[in-house]
Design a protein around this ligand. Structure first.
Ligand SMILES: Nc1ncnc2c1ncn2[C@@H]1O[C@H](COP(=O)(O)OP(=O)(O)OP(=O)(O)O)[C@@H](O)[C@H]1O
Ligand SMILES: [Mg+2]
Length: 296
C-alpha cells in the first residue's frame, strides 16, 4: 500500500450535518463493521442526533442487533432497492432512539436482480433521498464484499467509515478497498470521502497491534480516530440480546469506547469544520454504463 491519504479536494464547506450518509465498509469479513454500525449509530442517537441505520447486508446482523427479528421484516432494504417499497414505509422504529431500515435474506438475491435494473448502482441513493432530510446521520452497514450491494452503499454515501481489526491480515485488501473508493469517486460519486478509520478489537500492548496501527496511521494520517474499540465479551454478547452496547451495559468499557467514538465522530462533523459535503439532490451520474469497479 502506497503512502498518502485518499483525499477529496473541494472548496465548498459543508452546510451542516443534516442527512449525512456514512457507509461502514471493509470487504474483509468479521472486522467489526456491523458492531460499529450498530453501536456507533446508537451512541450518536444517544447524543441527541436523529439517526437511521440501513442494513445492507443479507446476513441482517444489524437488524437483529437492534432487536428486530429478521423473520418479521416484510419490507426492508431489498424492497427499497428494487423499488417495491418507499424507504419511509420500510423504516422501523426501535427502543434505542435510532431507526432501522432492516434487511432479511431476500437481500441475498438482490445482487443478481439489480444487474438488470436501470441505475443499478444508485438505487439505494434514490431510495434514501426522500427520507434523507429526516435524519442527521444515516449509517449503512455494508456486507463483506465489493459487489453491487456495497457499490450501492458507496454511491449513496457522503463518506466511508472503515473499521480495521488489528491482526496479522488487517492490511490485506485495504489497497483494493482504496482503489475501489477511488473508482467510485471518479465514476459515480465525486463527493465520496473517507470519514475515518477505527481500530476494533484493539489490544494495544501487543507488538503486532502496534505495527498495524503504525502502518495504518502512515497511510490514513488524521483520518484515524483517536478512540479505539477494545475487545470485550459484553460487546460480543449484546447482539444476542438485541441491544446496542450503550443499553446492554451502559457503564462498561465497550459502551464507553463507542460513546467516545460517537463524540469524536460528531465533533469532526461540526458545521464549522471545513469539510467537503455533497450537495443535496445533486443529479445522479450516468447509470446505464455502470460496471462494478473491481472489474476495471
Ligand atoms: N470490540 C469487540 N469485542 C469483542 N467482540 C467483537 C468486537 N467487535 C466485534 N466483535 C465480534 O466479532 C465478530 C465480527 O464482528 P462483526 O459482525 O461486527 O464484523 P463484520 O465486519 O460486520 O462481519 P461481516 O463481514 O460478516 O459482516 C462478531 O462475533 C462480533 O460480536
Ligand atoms: Mg457485518
Amino acid at each position: 500500500m502506497k503512502e498518502g491519504v485518499f483525499h477529496v479536494e473541494h472548496s465548498a464547506e459543508r452546510e451542516d450535518s443534516v442527512g449525512k450518509i456514512v457507509a461502514v465498509a471493509n470487504q474483509k469479513g468479521g472486522v467489526g463493521k456491523t458492531t460499529t454500525a450498530v453501536n456507533l449509530s446508537a451512541c450518536v442517537a444517544a447524543l441527541g442526533k436523529k439517526v437511521l441505520i440501513v442494513d445492507l447486508d443479507p446476513q441482517g446482523n444489524s437488524t437483529t442487533g437492534y432487536g428486530i427479528s429478521k423473520r418479521s421484516v416484510e419490507m426492508g432494504t431489498y424492497e427499497v432497492l428494487i423499488g417495491e417499497a418507499p424507504a419511509r414505509d420500510a423504516i422501523r422504529k426501535t427502543n434505542y432512539r435510532a431507526d432501522v431500515l432492516p434487511s432479511n435474506t431476500r437481500l441475498a438475491g438482490a445482487g443478481l436482480e439489480l444487474i438488470d435494473l436501470p441505475g443499478r448502482e444508485s438505487r439505494l441513493r434514490k431510495g434514501l433521498a426522500p427520507i434523507q432530510q429526516d435524519y442527521d446521520y444515516i449509517f449503512i452497514d455494508c456486507p463483506p464484499s465489493l459487489d453491487l450491494l456495497t457499490l450501492n452503499g458507496l454511491c449513496a454515501c457522503d463518506s466511508v467509515l472503515i473499521p480495521i481489526q488489528c491482526e496479522y491480515y488487517a492490511l490485506e485488501g485495504l489497497s483494493e478497498l482504496i482503489s475501489t473508493l477511488k473508482t467510485v469517486r471518479r465514476k459515480y460519486n465525486s463527493y465520496l470521502d473517507i470519514e475515518g478509520v477505527v481500530f476494533t478489537m484493539y489490544a494495544g500492548r501487543y507488538n503486532l497491534t502496534l505495527q498495524v496501527v503504525e502502518q495504518v496511521q502512515k497511510y490514513f494520517g488524521d483520518k484515524v480516530y483517536q478512540t479505539t474499540i477494545p475487545r470485550t465479551i459484553r460487546i460480543s454478547e449484546a447482539p444476542s440480546y438485541g441491544q446496542p452496547i450503550n443499553y446492554y451495559e451502559p457503564k462498561g468499557k465497550g459502551s464507553e469506547a463507542y460513546m467516545d467514538l460517537a463524540i469524536e465522530f460528531v465533533k469532526r462533523n461540526r458545521p464549522r469544520d471545513p469539510q467537503p459535503h455533497r450537495r443535496r439532490n445533486r443529479p445522479a451520474k450516468t447509470e446505464a454504463s455502470a460496471k462494478t469497479p473491481q472489474k476495471e
